[in-house]
Structures are given as C-alpha cells and as structure tokens.
Design a protein around this ligand. Structure first.
Ligand code: NAP
Length: 276
C-alpha cells in the first residue's frame, strides 16, 4: 500500500466547521460493516491548499469535501470529471495512486433517492432555490431526462441558473399557478432551529404528487409534514445524504456500500439529537 505508514487505510472529510458532520459516523459504520481495516477522520481545515497536498503526502485514500470548500478545492486537484465541472463543485476526492481525482456524488445521491420513488424521465420538477445544491439537482434532473423549473427568492439567480442549464424558471409572482410532477426544496428554509418555516404554502402542495426536501435536520420538515397531509408522496433529505455517501464509498473501495447500515446509524443520531 503506497505511502501509508501501516495497513490501515485512511479516509477523511474536509470542512470548516466540521464538528457537526455526520459523514464520519456514516462512513466509519460502513467501513466497519464491510470488515475493512480503515479509519475515517474529520479535519477542520484552515488552509485548503496545504490540506489537499496532505492527501498525497499522507496517502489518504479518499476525502469528502463539505462547506465551504466544494468549489475552491477544484483548484488543487489533478482531474475533475464532467459532472463536477458542470456543477462547479467537488464533494469527493479519490486518491488514485497519487493522482487526486475530483467528482460530485451529491447529484447522483439526489437522483437515486428520487428514482427510488418516481420516474424522472419526461417529468417536470419545480426546484425551489438556485444555490450550490440546486446546481447539482438541476444537473441530475436534466441528465436523467427530466425537466426542471427553477424558482428562487432572488429571481435573477433563478433566471441565470435556468439559462446556464437550458431549462425554465418562474418568478415569485407565478407561485400560485405552479404545478408539476414533483416539488424539490433545495433552500435551507425549514432547517433546525427554524423548523417552523416552510418554503412553500401548505395549501398549494396538492399540485405536486411528489415532494422532496433535501434538508435532513429535522428529518420531517414542516414542508414534508404538510405535503403528507396534502396526500403527496414525500422524500426526506436523509436519503440523498446517505446515497451520496454510498457513492463515495463505492468509488473509494470498489465495493457496494452497506446502505441500510449507513441509514441506521445516521437516523439514530438524528433522532437522538432531535430528542435532546
Ligand atoms: P446556498 O448555496 O447558500 O443556496 C441557498 C439557496 O436558498 C439560495 O437559492 C437562496 O436564495 C435560498 N434561500 C436561502 N434562505 C432563504 C430564505 N430565507 N427564503 C427563501 N430562499 C432562501 O446553499 P446550498 O449549499 O445550496 O444548501 C442548501 C440546503 O441544502 C442546506 O440546507 C443544506 O444543508 C442542504 N443540502 C443537503 C444535502 C443532502 O445531502 N441532503 C446536500 C447538500 C445540501 P437567494 O439566491 O435569494 O439567496
């Protein structure tokens, strides 16, 4: 094993802050379940360039990249795949025998979560938000043959994103006419500790057969609770988080990830946090 001081493989997450990241818990549980001699370590990064050099220097096999480094990290890698380049963000680094390869598994985690419940091809999805997460979601929907329609608080950003990806957008004033095969919240509205907020009027949710919130804390956001009451099929952001992690695991180890074990540990932690 090249560059490693022992037989133990090392994986990591780079972020700042990183204290609340659930990735170490999820990935360590997956590595242990598969019987791999490996550790997954959180690093609160203060100098990104030096941290990335450290991946090669220390022989770290793979790194999850989280806020605020998903875009900046692209400057320090040897290769970046097409998806990450289009999205403009890398959330996964794979150390392939000293070559640092960047990819993005957020979009795929999203697509797989949605496809577990509904068809994407040929369908229209209203995407609330036009930030970093929305970019991956719009990319994923288009790649799978879906038709995203973007709506955002700052209308100019919705328009710019729609133009970049060749899809449509709505202005806030059109919210009352909006209906589609699915509604996807990509904004932080409704995230703890502001669980009383929702990005969409509850009395207008029945226009959407499927409602997904990419927030996973709380697990059941106000949007999802109201959508369920309105008779919609609901999908929590937990699924996207687990599945983006499972794709990372597959890239790094070449093995299918133990999805249910990963879901089990993250769910237990989120439930524990919610009851505090
Ligand atoms: P971001 O780049 O800061 O974008 C935030 C978006 O939300 C922008 O479009 C912003 O609108 C909108 N927004 C923010 N506050 C709002 C408010 N009070 N009312 C209406 N719109 C508001 O953030 P991001 O990186 O895309 O992350 C967004 C959320 O996705 C976070 O909650 C994050 O935890 C979650 N996420 C989940 C996963 C997962 O695996 N489940 C993965 C990635 C991200 P403006 O343009 O008007 O500012």
């Amino acid at each position: 094993m090249k560059g490693l001081p022992s037989e133990c493989a090392v994986y990591a997450v780079f972020g700042n802050p990183v204290k609340h990241s659930l990735s170490p818990l999820m990935h360590q549980a997956a590595l242990d379940r598969m019987g791999l001699k490996a550790v997954y370590v959180p690093f609160c990064v203060t100098d990104l360039k030096e941290a990335v050099l450290g991946i090669r220097g220390l022989g770290i096999r793979g790194v999850s990249v989280t806020l605020p480094f998903k875009t900046a990290v692209m400057n320090y890698l040897d290769e970046i795949d097409e998806g990450a380049r289009r999205i403009g963000a890398v959330n996964t680094i794979w150390n392939d025998q000293g070559r640092l390869k960047g990819t993005n598994t957020d979009w795929l985690g999203f697509v797989l979560s949605l496809q577990a419940h509904t068809e994407i091809r040929g369908r229209r999805f209203l995407v609330i938000g036009a930030g970093g997460a929305a970019r991956g979601i719009v990319y994923g929907l288009i790649r799978e043959g879906g038709h995203p329609v973007i709506i955002n608080r700052t209308a100019a950003k919705a328009e710019a994103l729609a133009r970049e990806f060749g899809c449509s957008f709505l202005s806030g004033a059109e919210i009352h006419q909006a209906g589609a095969d699915g509604l996807i919240n990509t904004t932080p509205v409704g995230m703890a500790p502001h669980g009383e907020d929702s990005p969409w009027p509850g009395d207008r949710l029945h226009h959407f057969p499927v409602v997904m919130d990419i927030i996973y804390n709380p697990l059941q956001t106000r949007l999802l609770k109201e959508a369920r009451t309105a008779g919609c099929l609901t999908i929590s952001g937990l699924e996207m988080f687990i599945r983006q992690g499972a794709e990372q695991f597959k890239i790094w180890t070449g093995l299918e990830a133990p999805l249910s074990r990963m879901r089990e540990v993250v769910l237990a932690q989120l439930t524990k946090d919610a009851n505090r």
